[in-house]
Design a protein around this ligand. Structure first.
Ligand code: SF4
Ligand code: SF4
Length: 175
């Protein structure tokens, strides 16, 4: 079971990397490229999730409802930063979890436009400890893809912080 999980994640990670490199070499509208990139990530997720720890935490309809992995600042690239800066944020989340996490429903409040890093984040470890402390496999995949993602999403910017104090003040909403 564990070996199969590793094999699937490694195979799918390699496939994803090759597809991202190909996508990055194509000319075209930037936001269209990003839409395709996100579809690739979601395809990866559909194939890897059933073999990850996350699968056992899903309730059958809405997926994992613990939201433990959203107690973070999601990794973003420049174009994702630009997009997220335009969205409303939850003031009450400040200092505890991602500004887009819906704490009442315990799910992502911007699911359709969530960053690439969130789309490929699955607990590849054996226990819930790896939800917040990603297993090596999870970290390695993101590192492997980072420079190829930057071709499409712009420079890597680390964990998301809203840009500009004014924007933060006007966009923040309570949860
Ligand atoms: S990593 Fe953990 S908290 Fe996040 S979706 Fe998977 S099981 Fe849920
Ligand atoms: S953007 Fe959504 S999925 Fe990503 S950390 Fe924030 S709430 Fe979680």
């Amino acid at each position: 079971m564990w070996e199969r999980q590793e094999r699937v994640a490694a195979r799918e990670g390699e496939l994803l990397k090759r597809r991202i490199i190909r996508l990055g070499s194509m000319q075209g509208d930037r936001w269209r490229q990003i839409a395709v990139l996100y579809r690739l990530a979601d395809g990866y997720g559909r194939r890897v999730s059933p073999h990850s720890f996350c699968h056992g935490m899903a309730d059958g309809t809405t997926g994992c409802v613990t939201g433990v992995c959203c107690a973070c600042k999601p990794d973003v690239f420049a174009f994702e930063q630009e997009l997220l800066d335009r969205l409303p944020k939850r003031l009450a989340n400040r200092g505890t979890c991602c500004p887009f996490f819906n704490r009442a429903k315990k799910n992502c409040g911007i699911y359709g436009v969530r960053p690439f890093a969130c789309r490929i984040y699955f607990n590849q470890g054996r226990s819930r400890i790896s939800c917040r402390n990603p297993a090596e496999e999870t970290l390695q995949l993101f590192d492997l893809l980072k420079r190829h993602l930057a071709e499409i999403l712009g420079p890597y910017g680390g964990g998301y912080h809203p840009s500009g104090a004014d924007r933060e003040m006007t966009d923040l909403i309570s949860s």
